[in-house]
Ligand binder design. Structure first.
Ligand SMILES: Nc1ncnc2c1ncn2[C@@H]1O[C@H](COP(=O)(O)OP(=O)(O)OP(=O)(O)O)[C@@H](O)[C@H]1O
Length: 515
């Protein structure tokens, strides 16, 4: 069956979101967050108390009555348990009103409470829906996609099931999760419905390409990955559900829900990140099991996400031979409920015995290659020397002035970033525009100034990289820089921070006295 699939390459051009006819956007980079004024949970609590706003303490957010509701919504909510519909993130202060979907920064919230919000409060901060162009594309694709069991050609449906590993997943499960299939793109289509049944907000297309003996999956989202915040499976979660299993792929979510009957969700960008914007939707759960995948990277991601979700309510399924990812477990006839029961608590006491560590140590010993970190794809010699990029380590790169440090480090970081290592740059010496130009040229493997017609295409791909830039230039206070890094680590799950270079960040005086 796979033979038929070979040779097919990605989506037809017309279905690729963000094709070159896209409007020109001013920023070629993911919008660099302006340096943030950090706020602490204590300050948020103090502020709410000082303004007489009642609140409840949640796992990762504070809940308060929403000032962003219209009269009708207020009436609807009166007396309901959900009247505390405003969720304020304890780490960043960003808020989301679950009823009106208004969202904004801590400063926006304060401005609104103090009557400084511009215009009337209601609606001004409404979470952006898809742009008109995206909406049209979303609707067009969704209308053309069919449920798998309605495909006119039974052979084609069978082939699709084999390619996506769905032979054990029933039509009923696919129906429950509203999964469709787009024939021209040979892709599964996973919908993103707005909470509260407000319609279709986005789509994820999952294509499968035959590659040697295996299959390579290609994901495309509308809107683009940075704005794709769908927790797949959310419409099936009941208000009273207090337990959930988090997975990193929609297919795993289907497999788990089918075989255990438990509420199950899939993260929009897999193990790459857990955007804090999703935390309010997970507040209702007293217990969260993370079953993200079958490799060490998924395990690392699970530990990182558990910290954000509050480790006290999280358990983690440890990858291992008998713990593959959920879809594979289903296909191998394993008992998924039993695997879930073996999940380990994420919360470590301050003192542990070796007994609690032995499983993790075994994991490290049996995955020596993965423990070595992410290898550079273009620098085999570097991989030979350093083995790979590992989190929590510091590398100092030195060389004479003008010897090519910036040029090399941007290649080095780009290599990792294209493999999914979330990267934060602090370019204290050269401007971000110049740095991005260097990196974009390296990314495109050619001189874009000679082929400007290709600019948008490359810029679009570059924009989707998990790459962020601090907006500092020249000497900075270390405190401000560290605060910004911490913020980026929380919001974007940054695993690699590049500082170019230390002298410019700290100023010569500090360095010479601080040797
Ligand atoms: N491998 C290379 N081959 C040819 N030219 C290079 C190479 N690497 C860097 N260059 C060029 O050398 C110049 C200096 O490079 P770069 O700015 O990366 O050096 P640097 O060590 O970071 O400098 P500084 O010490 O001023 O920070 C640039 O014009 C760059 O394009």
């Amino acid at each position: 069956l796979r033979g038929k699939w070979m040779g097919w390459r990605g989506l037809p051009r017309s279905l690729v979101p963000g094709s070159p006819r896209r409007r020109y956007r001013k920023e070629a980079l993911p919008a660099p967050e302006a340096p943030v004024l950090p706020v602490t949970a204590t300050e948020i609590r103090q502020y709410l108390r000082a303004h007489g706003i009642p609140f409840q303490d949640g796992h990762s957010c504070l809940r308060a009555p929403s000032p962003f509701l219209g009269a009708a919504q207020l009436k609807e909510q009166a007396g309901a348990a959900t009247s505390f519909s405003l969720f304020i993130n304890k780490t960043t202060g960003r808020f989301l009103c679950m009823t009106s979907l208004a969202e904004g920064s801590w400063e926006d919230f304060q401005a609104s409470v103090e009557g400084r919000g511009d215009g009337d409060r209601e609606g001004i901060l409404l979470g952006e829906g898809p742009g008109a162009e995206d909406s049209e594309e979303i609707r067009r694709i969704w209308d053309r996609a069919l449920p798998l069991w309605e495909l006119p050609d039974a052979e084609e449906a069978k082939l699709a099931r084999v390619m996506f590993g769905l032979t054990q997943v029933t039509d009923d499960t696919l129906k429950r999760f509203s999964v469709r299939y787009l024939r021209p793109a040979r892709s599964l289509v996973f919908p993103w419905f707005s909470p509260g049944g407000l319609g279709l907000r986005g789509l994820k297309l999952l294509g499968a390409e035959g590659q040697g003996d295996g299959v390579r999956y290609v994901e495309t989202t509308i809107p683009r990955p940075g704005a794709y915040h769908n927790l797949f499976g959310l419409p099936l979660i009941g208000r009273r559900d207090v337990e959930v299993v988090l997975t990193s792929r929609e297919l795993d979510c289907l497999a788990l829900n089918q075989s255990t009957g438990l509420p199950t969700l899939a993260l929009p960008r897999g193990t790459a990140c857990l955007p804090p914007a999703l935390l309010p939707y997970l507040e209702q759960f007293r217990r969260i099991v993370l079953w993200l995948g079958d490799d060490l990277r998924s395990w690392e991601a699970a530990k990182l996400f558990a910290r954000k979700l509050n480790p006290k309510r999280c358990s983690l399924v440890r990858p291992g031979d008998q713990h593959p990812r959920p879809l594979e477990a289903l296909n191998r006839g394993l008992n998924l409920s039993r695997i879930l029961r073996s999940a380990l608590p994420a919360w470590h006491k301050s003192i542990v015995s070796f007994r609690q560590l032995r499983e993790e140590v075994l994991g490290e010993l049996s995955n020596v290659e993965q423990v070595a970190g992410v290898r550079w794809s273009r620098f085999p010699d570097l991989t030979r020397l350093l083995k790979g990029h590992r989190k929590g380590e510091l590398t100092v790169f030195t060389g004479p002035t003008g010897s090519g440090k910036t040029t090399f480090i941007s290649e080095y970081a780009l290599d990792l970033c294209t493999q999914g290592v979330n990267t934060l740059w602090g370019s204290f010496e050269i401007s971000n525009v110049r740095l991005a130009r260097i990196m974009l040229t390296q990314f495109a493997l050619g001189r874009l100034e000679e082929q400007l017609d290709k600019y948008d295409e490359w810029a679009d791909r570059f924009e989707d990289l998990p790459l962020y830039f601090m907006t500092f230039h020249g000497q900075q206070s270390i405190r401000t820089v560290i605060d910004t890094m911490q913020h980026a680590v929380y919001v974007y799950d940054i695993c690699h921070v590049v500082i170019d270079n230390l002298q410019f960040m700290m100023g010569h005086e500090q360095l010479s006295t601080d040797r």
